[in-house]
Ligand binder design. Structure first.
Ligand SMILES: Cc1cc2nc3c(=O)[nH]c(=O)nc-3n(C[C@H](O)[C@H](O)[C@H](O)COP(=O)(O)OP(=O)(O)OC[C@H]3O[C@@H](n4cnc5c(N)ncnc54)[C@H](O)[C@@H]3O)c2cc1C
Length: 397
């Protein structure tokens, strides 16, 4: 078991040499040779056009399972900072690792990332596994998958948790497929039961909550939605051990080329899942044009506009702005629900908000059950009036 070159099929094309991030393949006499530092990451297998590389990872026995230790998180970066969801994952990983008596590892990939280690250490990370390379500044599926798979093969973590962001949802399944192990996507809860990771997630359209365990393979892997785990108070006195893994990336050997990064949020405005203030509209808004009054209010108080599923289904707003069970989970400081009835599927996505204000003309609407402040009235009168008052008051300060 391991990795093998099928000599009859190998043409010595060297594509595998370029694809290997760990510089563990060379070509001699027109045949590829795997070196001892191979991590079995599988990048070469994916790129080989001639099926000339066979990779077989051994099935794990009970004894092998106990070789896997520590709780890892994948740290997602946004430009010059750590994304909030990574702090949520670090805080949760600390809790899980304490229950298991294990350490917390954080994988950070990018151009220059060493300076992030102290920041993430404060949230309970013991070891930062960093890889710095100019070709990792932008996310690239193949490079990130190869490196992460290689690190997992080398250090054998017990658990690996990814954010269920666009990036995490692309990366985690690739790593799982590469390792031929399972992955529980979109978890809303993680805990330890009988030494195993209990991964809780909605199933059958949210009608039941499923508890999933992974008893036979390692690592146990899950993605977790942003804003469902709480960020712990940082301990700035903590330091993390840094383990740096150098890689060689041939920028010309990219199989995926990012041509353009298109930002959907305005410059300086936070995305929906990181916003401090969200003003959401539902079916009560009546049309896509009517959302203009929510955008005006959002401009006044530096907020972001969200939406209920009914309004998305009506074609008034994009699905990426949907809050709720089948949309995003948010936890802003202030959530203003306008013309939203507050069905349970909407509530699960926003009830973690610090303060909830509901505007609805039906005094019996369930949204009032969870609102800190409720305004019973016509939103087309209330919102413009509220905006005018806020503008007056803000201009005075
Ligand atoms: C599996 C599944 C997943 C789902 N996922 C989600 C999800 O992620 N997010 C989500 O939101 N929903 C989700 N839903 C749908 C959810 O059950 C509701 O149908 C939806 O949230 C209703 O949206 P709404 O509150 O905008 O519309 P409605 O329930 O129709 O409520 C509209 C409200 O607007 C009020 N109103 C009307 N006119 C005015 C006015 N002029 N001024 C003030 N108030 C006014 C009404 O009194 C009413 O309370 C899901 C459903 C299922 C089955």
């Amino acid at each position: 078991m391991g990795i093998e070159i099928v000599l009859d099929k190998c043409t010595g094309c060297a594509l595998c040499v370029k694809a290997c991030p760990f510089a563990a393949i060379k070509v001699k006499d027109k045949k590829a040779i795997i070196e001892a530092n191979c991590t079995l990451c599988g990048s070469c297998v994916e790129i080989c056009k001639f099926d000339a590389i066979i990779l077989e990872r051994p099935k794990l026995s009970d004894k092998d399972l106990s070789d896997y230790k520590d709780v890892w998180i994948f740290v997602e970066l946004r430009e010059k900072e750590i994304k909030k969801v990574s702090l949520e994952l670090a805080s949760k990983a600390r809790e899980i690792a304490d229950t298991l008596g294990e350490r917390v590892g954080a994988v950070i990939l990018g151009g220059k990332v060493k300076h992030f280690c102290d920041d993430i250490a404060g949230y309970g990370v013991d070891i930062a596994y960093i890889t710095e390379n100019e070709n990792l500044v932008e996310y690239n599926t193949n490079n990130y998958t190869g490196i992460l798979t290689g690190l997992i093969m080398k250090y054998k973590p017990n658990i690996v948790i990814f954010p269920a962001t666009h990036l995490g949802r692309d990366l985690a399944p690739r790593v799982a497929a590469s390792l031929k192990i399972g992955l529980t996507a979109d978890c809303t809860g993680l805990s330890i039961k009988d030494g195993l990771l209990l991964q809780t997630r909605p199933a059958f359209g949210g009608n039941i909550m499923a508890d999933i365990i992974t008893p036979n393979t390692r690592p146990q892997m899950a993605t977790v939605r942003p804003n469902v785990m709480k960020v712990s108070n940082p301990d700035t006195s903590r330091n993390a051990e840094i383990i740096s893994t150098p890689v060689e990336i041939d920028s010309k050997a990219k199989r995926i080329i990012i041509k353009e990064v298109v930002k959907t949020t305005k410059e300086g405005v936070k995305s929906l899942d990181e916003a401090d203030i969200i003003i959401s509209g539902g079916r009560g808004m009546g049309s896509s044009e009517n959302f203009k009054i929510l955008e005006e209010l959002a401009d006044t108080i530096n907020g972001v506009v969200g939406v209920s599923r009914a309004a998305v289904d009506a074609g008034w707003r994009p699905r990426s702005d949907q809050v709720g069970q089948s949309g995003k989970t948010v936890s802003p400081k202030l959530y203003i629900a306008c013309g939203i009835s507050g069905k349970i599927q909407h509530q699960v996505g926003m009830k973690g908000s610090d303060t909830i204000i509901a505007i609805n003309n039906d005094p019996e609407a369930p949204i009032f059950d969870i609102a800190d402040c409720g305004i019973v009235g016509d939103l087309f009168e209330v919102i413009p009036a509220l905006n005018e008052e806020l503008k007056k008051n803000l201009s005075k300060n």
